[in-house]
Ligand binder design. Sequence first.
Ligand code: SF4
Length: 439
Amino acid sequence: MHKFHIVVYGCQMNVHDSRRISDTMLEAGFVRTYEATAADILIFYTCNIREKAAHKVFSDIGLLKTKRTRIIAVGGCVAQAEQSGIFKNRDVNIVFGPHVYHKLPEYIKSIANGETDRILDVATEQSTKFNCLPVRKNVSCSEFVTIQEGCDNFCTYCVVPHTRGREFSRPALDVIREVKELVASGAKEITLVGQNVNSYHGEAPYITVGHPRGTWRLERLIMEIADLDGVRRLRYVTSHPRDFTRELMETHAKVPVLAPFVHIPVQSGNNRILKIMNRGHNVSEYLDKLKMFLDICPGVQFSSDFIVGFPTEMDSEFGDTLKLVDEVKYTTSYSFKYSRRRGTPADRMHGQVPEETKEVRLATLQQILLRDQIAHNNSLVGKINEVLFEKRGRYSNQYIGKNAYMQSVVVESQENLVGIFANVLIESASTNSVSGKIV
Ligand code: SF4
């Protein structure tokens, strides 16, 4: 019994975690398969951002389980939130939270050896995991590095502080070491990941000559990483508007490898809604920061997240979100209908907005966001973009990469471009990508 298959749901943090789970399993001698039917072990790494997330996982277990399946493990945020409730599905053997995935091989071996038939581990200690993970395998040209986990903001709709725990920043030198390993193995673009990445405050006690001691904020960490040989492009995600400092904006102006594209979620364009969301900023503070950013760094582009139909949101308040979108003109954005999360304050609020109203508002917002996205893509036509090619396209000789603004760029080439930075003259644009030729 040695083949495992991973099903991952949700955000980039989860995708990154699932890669680390895979590394840990491979290190322990298991073999990965991309076919659920060929697997003895099914691992479901879950996300709790949608309503009925546990229900969806249970239904997928039913769909993917075969006669060959021997062990089923459910991990991630739903596991942390539901805990032993996941065992309601009697096929599940292991329930593990996001802070203990490094122990999964050990738990699987215990079950396989017949020592027990069920294991629940939803410990909340955040630092241990990072010290136990193996050196990364199958490194690609663009890699993620977790620098921070958890959140202290307690937005009233969000489960992250309850599932991922309070804010924890990895020590700065651990991050630097991981980036060096990745670059030595071929990574050229590094994305620093955290639920609230710009509140990073990692300890940096053992620094070589010439480096200051103490705690590094994100700005400092970026400058140090940018200095490492082989780091060609650097990004970070996800930021909170309140933690966006002038120093961080100035770092963009000073560090050429730092992409001029920043995800700064606003969620709503109305002050009353932002207040009851407990976002810790209002509309003018948010817009002032974007303006300051553009003054310091002309040409920087923004993306955002939006929630429509938050409890008690009126049409006129939703209209304020549309006004804000019209003013900022985001390059890309993610927008969702508010969905209730058990245990959060927003779930208990009166004035839940009817589903049909949310749907109409979402469609209206997405139409405007799409308009701006297309306008941005069109604005690239005739320009030269530096692109990191990550994969082959659907057709032979077609390659797909990302420019600094995270837009997909498609070219044709006789040469294998995967893992290569190249300059592309953009010749045409569509809704989700642009195309061009290497120059
Ligand atoms: S800042 Fe983000 S992660 Fe933290 S509580 Fe708010 S929405 Fe959740």
